[in-house]
Write a protein that binds this ligand. Structure first.
Ligand code: UT7
Length: 336
């Protein structure tokens, strides 16, 4: 019997750490307000010579080393990001493919924002069902501190830069091995609650062939914080219950839930709605903030290193974000 397994996981955080105190004066805020309203204390910020691809390469090297995967064994790279190196081509996945020397890999970016890593896990799993001899690298990588307006009270304190990566592969197990817990849901609902201008939706000027426009001002991320908060709480509750029903397990029987790290109050509200203890929701917001598609693999890597995630544990991963998008999966670690 074949099973699909996460055989390696790695993460990378840029060196520079920015505290709440450092940004509070420019948004007329305080460390106390930011921590009490978001759970965030500090965030990592990429150096000028770092980018989504360089963060991804560092995280991927660690994941591949742990998996014992050679670059040429990777058949597909699925890279979730909202902050690609280029707008929008070549894909950041292609840059990572070249730098890692994954000469046999197809590579593409996956635009599902903070749900990107969980979308990627399911896509990777589906690919491996059809191509069981290969290995898939799933990445979440973000330099969102480059999109946020550092003078905006509603976004400046939230985001941080990071990357996380996982290697998926197919393994042969004896036919009488018990079935692994499975369950997945993914979805979308087109909405501009979180968005950034600057795409190709409009021509750069009504007659841009003759009336050549001046370069536009650098667009920053816009977010309706209240709408996203409500969406996050109701969606996490719904999708976690949905996958647990599919997998035939009570949410309370899960060992841990790794939900997207957007705000401690969101995690606590979901716990309250689901009548679960807050501690069931892994929380790593204080030191790194919201790292979008990187948040879940960074948490998985940390939990593994600290012995809080061990073989056989029944966990859920659940993301939500711009799009709007959401995705959740059950994992009986390390089997998807
Ligand atoms: O990956 C997905 C991404 N996004 C999210 O998950 C975001 C979800 N939303 C949130 O996390 C929260 O809505 C925020 C953290 C963005 C904002 O927290 P909030 O509790 O919803 O604040 P609020 O907008 O309701 O503002 C409450 C008060 C207001 O003052 P008054 O009108 O009550 O006097 C604001 O002016 O707090 C004030 N305020 C601030 N004060 C200090 C708003 N932002 C700040 C700030 N510092 N940064």
């Amino acid at each position: 019997m074949l099973k699909i397994k996460i055989s390696g996981i790695g993460s990378y955080l840029p060196k520079r750490v920015v505290t709440n105190d450092e940004i509070a004066p420019q948004i007329d805020s305080s460390d106390e307000w930011i921590f009490s309203h978001t759970g965030i204390k500090t965030r990592h910020v990429a150096a000028p010579d770092e980018s989504a691809s360089s963060l991804a390469v560092e995280a991927s090297k660690k994941a591949m080393e742990q998996a014992g995967a050679k670059p040429e064994e990777i058949g597909m790279i699925i890279l979730g990001t909202t902050t690609p190196d280029y707008m929008n081509y070549p894909s950041t996945a292609c840059i990572v493919q070249k730098q890692l020397g994954c000469v046999n890999a197809a590579a593409f970016d996956l635009a599902a924002a903070c749900s990107g890593f969980v979308y990627g896990l399911e896509m990777g799993k589906c690919y491996l069902l059809g191509h069981p001899k290969t290995k898939v690298l799933v990445i979440g990588t973000e330099v969102l501190t480059r999109h946020q307006d550092w003078r905006s009270r509603s976004t400046a304190m939230i985001f941080g830069d990071a990357a996380g990566a996982a290697v998926l592969e197919t393994v042969e197990v004896p036919d009488d091995t018990p079935a692994t817990l499975t369950g997945n849901t993914m979805g979308a609902d087109g909405d501009l609650a979180i968005h950034r201008e600057g795409g190709s939706r409009l021509p750069p000027a009504p007659d841009h062939i003759h009336d050549i426009p001046a370069p536009a001002e650098y667009p920053t991320l816009k977010m309706d914080g209240h709408a996203v908060f409500k969406f996050a709480v109701s969606t996490l509750d719904r999708i976690l219950c949905q996958i647990c029903a599919e997998g035939g397990i009570e949410p309370a029987k899960l060992d841990r839930i790794f939900a997207h790290q957007a705000n401690t109050r969101i995690l606590d509200s979901v716990a309250r709605r689901m009548k679960l203890p807050n501690e069931m929701f892994y929380n790593y917001l204080a030191p790194i903030g919201n790292t979008s598609s990187a948040s879940i693999p960074v948490c998985l890597d940390k939990a593994l290193k600290e012995g809080e995630l061990t073989d056989g544990m029944k966990i859920a991963v659940a993301g939500f974000g711009a799009g709007l998008t959401w995705a959740a999966s059950l994992i009986e670690w390390p089997y998807l």
